[in-house]
Write a protein that binds this ligand. Structure first.
Ligand code: ATP
Ligand code: MG
Length: 398
């Protein structure tokens, strides 16, 4: 039987580090390297971690918080933060305060739980643990967390892609089947109409049949276009030009009426490596929705600006991007509506196909961008499209 391990060789993490200075020393450790897990070394580990780390004492004072935690919370480090009640330092992060406030009362602590931070909409994955002293008394709690926003977006995109693939296959099959009979109806109605007396009631009815068949055919074409995978023709694309073309297209597609359109695209915006035609379609669909929502009265504002995207990864360089906002002061949308509007074929309009926003999302995804909707009943709708200046090659998928 092997001899019982001497306690002095144990590397329990709960032991105060200063009391066992040689615990981690290896025979090969040179004099220049740290030879002990001293306090400073522990602090450096925490400071350099790519996870957010935050610890509180039992009485609610903040014991430790690293740079990544500040970054994720969007806070600037203040000299007096440590030692202050954590609820004060994190007062803008109500969810985190709630999680930490209950930590000493819970019997099971959350492990790899997820949380969406209200203000920033960042998603974090977090684990809570208790800090105990040598006598197993709880002296504090620690929160370890990681910014999952980017991971979430990728997962969401994949989920949508799967869903679109399934819906798309079925829609494409139906559209193909319907295309030929529809064309037949249109042609035969035309033949019949030519044989009718211009003034007859049948002539008018046949005219209506042809119009309806044409409309159904347009929907079929839209469906087929939607399910076809996007092949980007990437070129230097000026946002201003795509937006201007989209305003004209949208005016032709739907009734603008008295709606005031205000375009503010600064001339010094960087050009995008993007598909001009697709971007024009993207903005056309958004503007068409805005015009339709306004019903001939109101205002649409289109504003673009350059931004630097934060990757959600502390060591990745920020990425240049352009944000285009299309805001209308129309009726807005409820939260339930917002959840569904990107679904293919979801529409609240009698003549809508419900593909406008699904196509928008597809184009945004193909450009590795993102789209956010801000809307509330009676408060108008703002759609924010963020497009990276360069394509996927600069991307960091974690
Ligand atoms: N700016 C907006 N204001 C209010 N509601 C909107 C706005 N944009 C979209 N919606 C809602 O989202 C739904 C889906 O929009 P989407 O563009 O995908 O389809 P659609 O406009 O109904 O039909 P299609 O664009 O295919 O003709 C709309 O039916 C409408 O209810
Ligand atoms: Mg639409």
């Amino acid at each position: 039987m092997p001899p019982p391990r001497s306690r002095s060789r144990s590397r329990s993490v709960r032991r105060p580090p200063a009391a066992r200075p040689r615990a981690a020393a290896t025979p090969r450790a040179s004099a220049a390297r740290p030879t002990a897990l001293d306090d400073r070394f522990f602090r450096q580990i925490v400071a350099g971690m790519r996870n957010g780390v935050l610890a509180i004492f039992r009485d609610g004072r903040l014991a430790l918080i690293n740079d990544e935690a500040y970054r994720i919370f969007g806070l600037a480090r203040q000299p007096g933060d440590l030692g202050r009640p954590f609820a004060e330092v994190l007062r803008d992060q109500a969810d985190i305060v709630r999680v930490l406030s209950s930590v000493f009362d819970l019997t099971t602590l959350p492990n790899r739980a997820e949380l969406r931070l209200k203000g920033s909409q960042r998603v974090i994955g977090y684990t809570l643990s208790l800090v105990r002293d040598e006598a197993e008394q709880v002296t504090g709690a620690a929160l370890f967390f990681k910014d999952l926003t980017r991971v979430e977006q990728i997962e969401e995109r994949e989920r949508l892609r799967d869903r679109l693939a399934a819906v798309g296959e079925m829609a494409a099959a139906i559209a193909h089947e319907v295309k030929n009979p529809l064309a037949g109806i249109e042609v035969m109605a035309g033949v019949l109409r030519r044989q009718m007396d211009d003034a007859s009631e049948a002539h008018t009815v046949l005219g209506d049949i042809i119009t309806e068949a044409k409309m159904a055919n347009a929907i079929v074409q839209e469906v087929l276009e939607f399910v076809r995978p996007i092949r980007l023709q990437v070129d230097r694309t000026t946002i201003g030009a795509a937006v201007d073309a989209a305003v004209t297209f949208a005016e032709n597609k739907s009734r603008r009426g008295e709606v005031a359109v205000e375009v503010s695209v600064p001339p010094n915006l960087p050009d995008l490596h993007a598909d001009y035609y697709q971007l024009t379609q993207l903005f056309t669909n958004l503007l068409t929705n805005a015009f339709e929502a306004l019903g001939g009265q109101g205002r649409v504002r289109i504003a673009a600006r350059a931004v630097h995207l934060d990757h959600g990864a502390p060591d990745a360089a920020p990425r240049e991007a352009v944000v285009v906002e299309i805001a209308d002061d129309g009726p807005g949308m409820s939260a339930e509506l917002i959840d569904r509007v990107f679904n293919p074929f979801f529409t609240t309009k009698p003549q809508g196909s419900g593909l406008g926003l699904a196509i928008v999302r597809k184009i945004v995804d193909a450009h590795d961008g993102r789209i956010d909707l801000e809307s509330a009943p009676g408060r108008g709708t703002t759609v924010r499209v963020t497009l990276p200046v360069t394509g996927d090659d600069h991307d960091v998928h974690q």
